[in-house]
Design a protein around this ligand. Structure first.
Ligand SMILES: Cc1cc2nc3c(=O)[nH]c(=O)nc-3n(C[C@H](O)[C@H](O)[C@H](O)COP(=O)(O)OP(=O)(O)OC[C@H]3O[C@@H](n4cnc5c(N)ncnc54)[C@H](O)[C@@H]3O)c2cc1C
Length: 295
């Protein structure tokens, strides 16, 4: 790793990390480094900001599983999660991970880093929010370390992460639920064109010819993550396939809801979000089992 002026500290356990943060309140965590290295002025200036690398802390690489959840340490990379995920995760998460950057960059991007970027939202938070995942946070700012579990959807506001200084993402608790219908779309490049990119995560269940249990998160990298309640309530219990007139009406309401609730979404992003939603709505069809039985 590139560093200078003794800026780099490498704690080897959570307790050591706690002590390091207390001694260096003006410090930043370094995970995979893919975001930090693009913003070099975050640490390559003459200030006294220390870089705390998380790479030697074994607890942050742990992955555990029970019947309902997988708990993934913050330093697990996106590629590693894809490997594990092929056995456990739903298509929504797998397709989000495989559509993130390239294989080489995914070897660097960590789950904690993908959630913790300060002023830009990438793909993973929207998908994990749609799936009902939670983040375990450790607060190192006081002598006594405390832990709390926060739903991913409560971690962000107006495009920013609500992560206090001295707080560490320790792990992410991901439910193992599967859904009858799941879609992930990323139109544009969130790194190169954040102002025109739209990232969409959608899931629902299908009960014969009705849909329910709908959740959708749309991410505008600079403006933030938006979870639509109008789309969910309009669609809940709706008959499928959805006719074009209803799809257009729902997508228009969706855009009005975005206008009322989130600032900084560009006209191109709104147009893209509307079209993605319509595309998804046309793709929801009765379950294969139901079609085979009835047609
Ligand atoms: C070439 C390239 C292509 C990319 N393509 C995509 C793409 O297609 N889709 C996409 O969604 N994203 C993409 N990204 C962005 C990528 O997702 C982010 O750079 C990445 O999420 C950051 O993760 P990291 O582990 O490298 O974090 P770092 O760069 O190490 O850290 C990022 C931030 O999180 C903080 N942090 C890290 N870990 C923790 C923790 N455990 N607790 C608290 N704070 C922490 C750091 O202090 C820093 O502020 C791309 C990036 C690059 C460089």
């Amino acid at each position: 790793m590139y560093y200078k002026n003794n800026k780099l500290i490498l704690p080897e356990s959570i307790n050591e990390l706690h002590q390091t943060v207390l001694e260096n309140p003006n410090s930043i965590f370094f995970a995979g480094g893919t975001y930090i290295m693009k913003n070099r002025k975050m640490f390559l200036d003459s200030s006294d900001v220390k870089i705390i690398s998380l790479e030697k802390i074994k607890e942050l690489f742990d992955v555990t599983r029970n019947i309902k959840h997988v708990e993934v340490g913050a330093m697990v990379t996106t590629n590693k999660l894809l490997e594990i995920g092929n056995l456990a995760f739903n298509d929504l998460l797998l397709s989000t991970l495989s559509n993130t950057a390239t294989h080489i960059v995914r070897n660097q991007i960590t789950i904690g880093g993908a959630l913790a970027t300060s002023n830009i939202r990438f793909s993973l938070p929207g998908t994990l929010s749609c799936m009902g995942a939670s983040i375990e946070l450790l607060d190192f700012s006081k002598n006594k370390m405390t832990t709390k579990l926060v739903p991913v959807e409560k971690m962000y506001k107006n495009g920013l992460i609500l992560l206090e200084k001295g707080n560490l993402i320790k792990k992410i608790k991901i439910p193992l639920d599967t859904f009858d219908f799941e879609r992930f779309y990323c139109i544009g490049n969130p790194v190169k064109e954040p102002e025109s990119t739209v990232i969409f995560a959608f899931r629902s269940d299908i009960n014969q010819t009705l849909i329910n249990n709908i959740k959708l998160s749309v991410t505008f990298p600079k403006a933030g993550i938006f979870t639509s309640s109008i789309v969910s309530s309009e669609l809940d219990g709706a008959e499928i396939p959805i006719i074009p007139k209803s799809a257009i009406s729902i997508s228009n309401k969706f855009i009005s809801e975005i206008d009322k609730n989130i600032e900084g979404v560009t006209p191109l992003q709104k147009e893209r979000a509307k079209r993605i939603l319509q595309t998804i709505l046309y793709q929801i069809t009765p379950s294969k089992k139901y079609i085979e039985k009835n047609y």
